[in-house]
Ligand binder design. Structure first.
Ligand code: IPD
Ligand code: CA
Ligand code: CA
Ligand code: CA
Length: 252
């Protein structure tokens, strides 16, 4: 599994380089049928990842946000790759640097390997079941751990999505107790929880499964949880039909 994790990190890095080449130029923004933005970088990263995963020794079905492969479901061992080639297209378009490449391996409805790479920062959060969670940057690969529950009386460090204000979220945060919030784009929010720089990331409103799969492995292997608001597991069993409901990433 450790070897596969390194191979997937290499693929994500290559996708990150393709993204940065486009980031350094002028690029056009198209609008998809669901009214969300997409750029040449989303598509370039997608192609690199599809090529990279298909070149691995084991042939495992691939489902990607940007398509390109016909996906008929898991293989006979219940596995498939779940890919978000550029998570945070809005961040990319706004040039605020907070976007990631997300690649996850799902087995029997659960993510078991995940790579979240932030190309501009040259930081990756990577994890696999039975291997652990790591932050990889210029200084190498370090084991990461969540912070644990904040001490009584201290502020919760809360991650929030930039584009998702929600009155229920305000109520939820009030109940949580004293807190300070930080707006961060893409799956970087989960990385900050996994390395212990933040305590909780609540997200009300549905998200696609590729928004959470890779990061969930990282948070879980670092000792945290990514679950529904009532603490039940997220399911990746029917990726063509399901969205994540509301979820919370906890750093304990
Ligand atoms: C989006 C990002 C964003 C989240 C949106 C997603 P995309 O994904 O994950 O942080 O708030 O719900 O759709 O389209 O940039 O890959
Ligand atoms: Ca998108
Ligand atoms: Ca996404
Ligand atoms: Ca995307």
């Amino acid at each position: 599994m450790d070897h596969l994790l390194a191979q997937v990190l290499d693929i994500a890095r290559e996708a990150g380089e393709a993204i940065l080449r486009i980031y350094a130029q002028d690029f056009e923004v198209d609008i998809k049928a669901d009214n969300s933005p997409v750029t040449a970088a989303d598509n370039a990263a997608n192609q690199v990842i599809l090529d990279g995963l298909k070149a691995l020794p084991e042939s495992i079905p691939i489902l990607s946000e940007e398509g390109g492969e016909s996906f008929a479901g898991s293989d006979s061992q219940g596995r498939y790759w779940l890919v978000d080639p550029l998570d945070g297209t809005k961040e990319f378009v706004k040039r605020n640097d907070e976007f990631t490449v997300n690649i996850a391996l799902i087995e029997n409805g659960k993510p078991i390997l995940g790579v979240v790479l932030a190309p501009v920062f040259n930081v990756a959060y990577i994890a696999a079941k039975g291997v652990g969670a790591f932050r990889v940057d210029e200084s190498g690969r370090q084991v990461i751990h969540v912070a644990g529950k904040p001490d009584k009386g201290s502020h919760w460090r809360v991650m929030r999505s930039r584009y998702h204000a929600n009155p229920h979220l305000e109520r939820w945060l009030k109940q949580l107790g004293p807190h300070e919030t930080r707006l961060v784009g893409s799956s970087l929010k989960f990385g900050l929880i996994a390395e212990g720089s933040a305590d909780v990331y609540p997200r009300l409103g549905p998200t696609s499964l590729w928004d959470t799969a890779a990061a969930q492995v990282v948070v879980e292997q670092a000792g945290g949880r990514v679950v529904t608001m009532v603490g039940t597991p997220l399911s990746y069993a029917n990726p063509n039909e399901t969205l994540n409901p509301e979820f919370v990433a906890w750093g304990h």
